[in-house]
Unconditional design. Structure first.
Length: 563
């Protein structure tokens, strides 16, 4: 038996030795696998920053220490500490299903009536989570490897032999998500329909209190919006190192949905456009979302609440606590203190990386204007964030008070009576109190952000609307990462039309490769233009339409009338 095991170990070692190693300077990293069917190398769990522990908690990331004593294989998966809300886990799924299938909804909407039970922690969870993955077609990688000087950590690949790069930033309400949640195989394979394909990168960033804590103590002795700095640090890593994998650092497209799209919006407007060129040239921004926070009181209250749960008085004391205590406090705060539709955490104005709300920065021209932008939204972004209590006539008023407690009455009256009046004949885009509130949420948190981009880039964007019924928030992700039948198909929230999924993937990957979306299976995709044209991606028809987000409501929300 020992002889058999020894031979097996030798065979595995030989197999592992056949996989390529990349010299990153600070470490050597080996591919963890080569998929013989797709021909894709997977370089998993590459460290891009030092562990954000101890005194590095709630600070911008720093370079990792050199570790060249052995080859890294990335065989240990890493995800950042996660959290979820009671309304999202226990109430919202049942409510959405009752609406979709016209059944009775009976659950209590009182979040405080639910008992908090800590979720089982994924064994991959660790504060030391600042890692990324690189997935690259073998042909692209092998071509680059021939021109790489291992000793000098340099690549001499001719520029015309380097491939475009697609970097994915995940969503998850800024409190959940991970780099490996979506299999990029189908997306990469579609990029090879014409050409050699793209190099795909997915990155982790800190979540919840670990990545988004702000307040006076953090600003004085730390870094607010640390997660945005994580993303920037990772994007800088990609720019500096991706040539070693065969990727072209001058053709990087960053892509993300929901919190990922909202993060990219903050990357485009980073430092008000005054920090030099972005480490990417293009962006595909899907359903960019976050709850805009204007006042300083809310982040400070969130900080003090978190410290109170930890039973400490200062951020310095919190830095000395164990990971277990911090992870537990983060989970408890987000689960029990989040009001309906909220996750507590997300980007805030910090006077530095985020000098003002992105909508304002876009309106004033304070952003990186040397970018090519593709932006999209789903038809019904807001419904999954709308409380069942919004079925009451006062639902919209209650929503405004919850989100913006300091909003002046004349402003809230204008929103409720002029922008979203209680008129349910469909002329304003809704037929009930619930869908009225859902439209307001959709506009405020998601849809109008796409309008800001279209106008800021002088109508030269590529814009689309995903309208496959019910077109809920996040429904398009399964289309984005459709993988030759392995993705769930046929269900109301899964991929209903494989051809549409392939057209979408063509649009995304051709944009990354050529700067313009196109598909041999779909119609020509033109720029937004003076007429405000976007591509409507439906179940039976893909065709241009007039942009519904170009409206007075979005003009109003861009003025940030929250205080």
């Amino acid at each position: 038996m020992k002889v058999v095991l020894s031979l097996l170990g030798l065979a595995l070692a030989c197999y592992a030795s056949d996989l390529p190693v990349v010299d990153l300077g600070y470490e050597l990293h080996q591919a963890i696998s080569l998929n013989s069917t797709s021909g894709l190398y997977n370089f998993s769990n590459i460290r891009y920053a030092a562990p954000p522990l101890g005194d590095l908690r709630w600070r911008a990331p720093v370079l990792p220490k050199q570790n060249r004593t052995h080859v890294q294989t990335g065989d240990v998966g890493r995800i950042c500490p996660q959290a979820s809300t009671i309304w999202e886990d226990d109430i919202e799924p049942a409510f959405i299903l009752s609406l979709l299938y016209n059944t009775t909804f009976t659950k209590s909407t009182n979040i405080s009536s639910y008992t908090y039970e800590p979720a089982k922690v994924d064994p991959r969870t660790a504060e030391d989570c600042l890692f990324l993955d690189v997935v690259v077609p073998q042909k692209i990688f092998d071509r680059a490897k021939k021109h790489t000087d291992r000793g000098q950590h340099k690549s001499f690949v001719p520029k015309n032999k380097l491939a475009p790069v697609l970097v994915w930033i995940y969503g998850g309400g800024y409190v959940g998500g991970e780099k490996s949640s979506n299999d990029p195989t189908g997306l990469i394979e579609r990029s090879q329909v014409v050409g050699d394909g793209v190099v795909y990168v997915a990155l982790n960033y800190r979540l919840g209190a670990f990545g988004w804590l702000s307040g006076d103590a953090i600003i004085a002795n730390g870094t607010a919006n640390a997660a945005l700095h994580d993303q920037r640090f990772a994007l800088d890593w990609v720019y500096k190192n991706i040539h070693l994998f065969g990727g072209d650092p001058t053709r990087i497209t960053v892509m993300g949905e929901s919190a990922g799209g909202g993060s990219i919006m903050h990357q485009v407007t980073a430092y008000g456009g005054n920090a030099g060129p972005s480490p990417f040239k293009q962006a595909i921004i899907q359903s960019p979302g976050w709850v805009p926070i204007m006042d300083d009181e809310q982040p400070e209250q969130t900080l003090q609440q978190f410290l109170g749960i930890l039973n400490v008085s200062t951020i310095e004391e919190a830095r000395n606590l164990s990971s277990e205590k911090l992870i537990a406090a983060n989970s408890y705060q987000i689960a029990t203190k989040s009001e309906w539709g909220s996750f507590i955490y997300g980007p805030v104005v910090d006077g530095s990386f985020v000098p003002a709300l992105p909508g304002k920065l876009l309106a004033e021209g304070n952003f990186d204007r040397n970018l090519n932008i593709m932006v999209g939204h789903n038809t019904d972004e807001g419904l999954v964030f709308t409380s069942p209590d919004s079925r009451n006539e006062s639902g919209l008023t209650a929503l405004l008070h919850q989100q913006f407690p300091y909003m002046k009455k004349n402003v809230s009256d204008y929103i409720s009576n002029v922008l979203y009046p209680p008129k349910y004949d469909g002329s304003y885009g809704y037929t009930s109190s619930l869908t009225r509130a859902a439209l307001a949420i959709s506009d405020l948190i998601f849809v109008c952000n796409t309008d800001y981009f279209n106008r800021a880039f002088h109508n030269q964007t590529f814009a689309y609307e995903f309208s496959i019924s019910p077109a809920l928030h996040g429904q398009d992700v399964s289309y984005t990462f459709y993988n030759n039948g392995s993705s769930a198909t046929g269900s109301i929230l899964g991929v209903q039309n494989v051809t549409v999924a392939e057209v979408m993937q063509d649009y995304f990957t051709s944009f990354a490769q050529c700067g313009e979306p196109s598909s041999p299976l779909g119609p020509a995709f033109h720029r937004y233009g003076q007429r405000g044209s976007l591509m409507n991606i439906g179940n039976h028809t893909i065709s241009p339409e007039r942009d519904p987000t170009d409206n007075p409501r979005c003009r109003f929300w861009q003025t940030a009338p929250f205080t």
